[in-house]
Design a protein around this ligand. Sequence first.
Ligand code: AMP
Ligand code: MG
Length: 988
Amino acid sequence: MAGIVRAFPLTPLQEGMLYHGLRSPGSSLYHGQLRADLEGPLDVEAFRAAWAGAIRRHEALRTFFAWERRERPLQVVRDEVELPLRVLDWRGVETAEAERRWAALVEDDSNRPLDLTQAPLMRVYLVRFTDERHRLLWGVHHAVADGWSAELVVDEILEELEAARGGTKPAIQPAPSYAEFVGWLESRDREAARAWWTARLAGLPGPTPLPTPARSGEDASRVSDERVLDEAETRTLKDVAGGLRVTLATLTAAAWAIVLARHTRTRDVVFGVTNSERPAEIRGVDRAVGLYLNTLPARVRLDDAEAMAAWLERLQLELSEARQHGSPGLSDLKRWADVQGADLFTSLIAFENYPDSLGGAASSGALRMTSVAVDVPTELPLALLVYPGRTLTLELVRDPVRVTSAEARALLAEVADVMRAFEEARQVGDLTRATTDPVPEGWTRGTELPSPPADVVDRILEHVRDRADTPALRGPQGSVGWGEFGRWTAGLAQRLAEATPPGAVVGILADRSPAAVAAMVATLRACRTYVPLDAHAPAGRLAVLLEGVDAVWVRRGAEDRLPSSHPLVLSLADLPDSQAVESGAEMPTPAAGIDAPRPEAPAYVVYTSGSTGTPKGVVVTRANLAWSTAARFAHYDSPPEVFLLLSPMHVDSSVAGIYWTLAAGGTLVLPPYRAEQDAASLGRLVDEAGVTHTLLVPSLHGALLDSVAPDRLASLRSVIVAGEACPEEVVRRHGTVLPGVTLHNEYGPSEATVWATVDDLTAEPAGPVTIGRPVPGARVAVVDESLRPVPVGVTGELVIAGPGVATGYRGRQDLTDERFVAVEGLGRAYRTGDRARWRADGRLEFLGRADDQFKIRGHRVEAGEIEEALRRHPAVDEAVVGLIHGGGQPALAAWLTMAGARVAPEALKTFLAGTLPAHMVPAHYAILDSMPRTPAGKLDRRAVQARGPGPTAPRATSGSASRTRPESATERTLAAVWSDVLGLEEVG
Ligand code: AMP
Ligand code: MG
């Protein structure tokens, strides 16, 4: 045939790719990408010539595949192909815009699969940012190039460019044809391989399940998370391997075997091991471009009683023996293992060992290549890629449906932990057993608390006399001394007692301010129950929250926010006026209309988002509140002197700061509404007020650490992060910026009265942030679906028992019965819906949600409530709400089908803003033609969330993951994906 150099069969690995690729048409499962920054002057014509040279040298870059009407597919090498190079000149484009375009380009390339029947199976982009700053994007099908090849080609290109500058041609040696490799494979003794592998795989119990909970569904896309071990950690691991006389690759495989054994509770596991296979018999194979890889099963048996050193030695031997026994394809292996239907394994590990000259930054005279990223595609749901070097990088490529990002991060940490632990382990069981051990009783309970704890009002009033002239509250309008605070709250309490019957429920409509705190304490002094309201919620929502409320404290000036019909409005001044103070001066005890406080009486009702469409009110008793506060005194060494309150008043985390500080006789600093949005001015406030303690969401702490000069924060002694998962980065930053300041992580839902577990992060080395141990008096457990405790290391639902557990949801017995349940060994407990597991050191790790509840800047949000609100719009038929991560901050998105005429997202947003608080209004909207459903006809929420507008839109993420990149692939690209690929419209 004219123009054809040769045609030859595929390797088993290539055949597998062809098979999987044809099974999911349109997916870019095997689309590899290499991205590189090129710094220095670059001649575009020389660049073009260099690529043309690479294509001439390497047959693989001229190869396509043919399988129609053929018994066996063939790969066909053309003698000439056109270089698919596009040069994009973005010089003069503003940096942010250029970066946005770049992200879109990368995403577009990885979402546009290459056509296997056309050579070359690649495309090249050269983007000019400035005269001296370029970027290369090379998209190539994995069937014709592995990671080694990618770096090889880029090295050659640099060499050519350098030579061209000097006006010469480099002497790059020719490389062998891939046909030689195919011939070599076919020359191997298949019969011997069959015999060896059949024996090796005999009696295999089947594929080892993933080390994550079984989930239905799968996704064709792959995303990745990585963990870079620093030089010291890497050295430690190399020493561990050296001490045990095994390679780092064996140590990693051993760690993966242990992790699988732990999570699946089996002692006979199997996973894939991908090796580079460049046989020495083929001359110059190191210089060749092609798919020189080989994935073989590693079947690992673990006997808990075996000596660790012996097991590792055996594993190393078995892994190397396996490589000597042919390079069978997976279909052969499956047959020999007698595994029907299913895949032979569900996870693989790949040790990416490039020759020293390759990888990382390279330079060629004036042109330097910095940061190279190579994608490694795979069709398995989970792949652990190991990149050795001065720093060891562990990367998990995963199916986002079957392995969540929290699970991936935990697995990465666990692999590193296990690798380290080999040093100490004597027997295999020292490492495998950890996760089957029952949780020691001592871990599940916090320290004992003397009971019953004193009512918070009694504790607060202790300070009225002895601290009379020091400030209790400090707001933007001025301070309130302790003496004055006592009289003010007494006056307000008397007014309330006169206006309402005992047991009344009283709303408080006031932003964070001395008045709001006074209203809370006064309501408790009057033995009434308060409901803190979001003063900025739309009228429609306020009306719902005000149902069954007997009276409302309203801060002067905020009256117009109240829906008009309310019966009893009690007005509040910003600061105590003389009348209020005087009338409270001689409040008798007991006072008229005020009963003695009863511990079981409700203290407050705090509303959170409700999945069934209306917010639900958590009823917290005086005993709950007394315990929550007493536990703080028991746990923390130093009570707050000056506490900066950053939580909104209607969120339960404000309870922590208010009662802890007042019960300690300290000063509560109350910055105005939304002050937390300006980190710089918060820094000034900390400085001016001499703030010693604060509690805030981790993202705000991160902002504070980034944008405030440390000397402004010099008065701080203790910082508590709470409300949502704290990123490792924040802990690290805290350690560098505020080394003398303690950092605690508090975990807990409103239903358990603010906190349930706590961890001291101050002295924590790098690693996943844990939520610690139960707080004094609390009891917790991690349970399975039938509410039985799971062993150490196994993921389950966190349940909480003890004196903090609330009465239930106001007026919602059904919801109360669902979530407040009896758990054996714990008693009445609250099912949090949070996923967690015990670490071997007795601390808890938080692993995200089991349902569709999210945290948006510390606010608890149920997807169901927003979906219900959307469905109330006449044009909306079905709605799904989810969280997406773009540009670092999570944001809400909505997927809709419309009943009739389409309405614009802007109109939907306005509609929602009438009934939902601002943080619950999604920023992104996608209109779908139909909602994906499970085979059983149920809405498939995850499939919905991977969709763009229309039924054929591409997937949300690319089918690959990259090696070096500033953040996780998902985060880096999602913002671009959402606007460019899915076509979602961003509003507001
Ligand atoms: P809320 O009732 O508003 O306090 O929200 C409680 C929920 O916030 C919990 O169920 C968790 O999902 C999440 N949460 C609270 N504290 C933490 C924490 N320290 N780390 C991770 N998640 C947290
Ligand atoms: Mg909370």
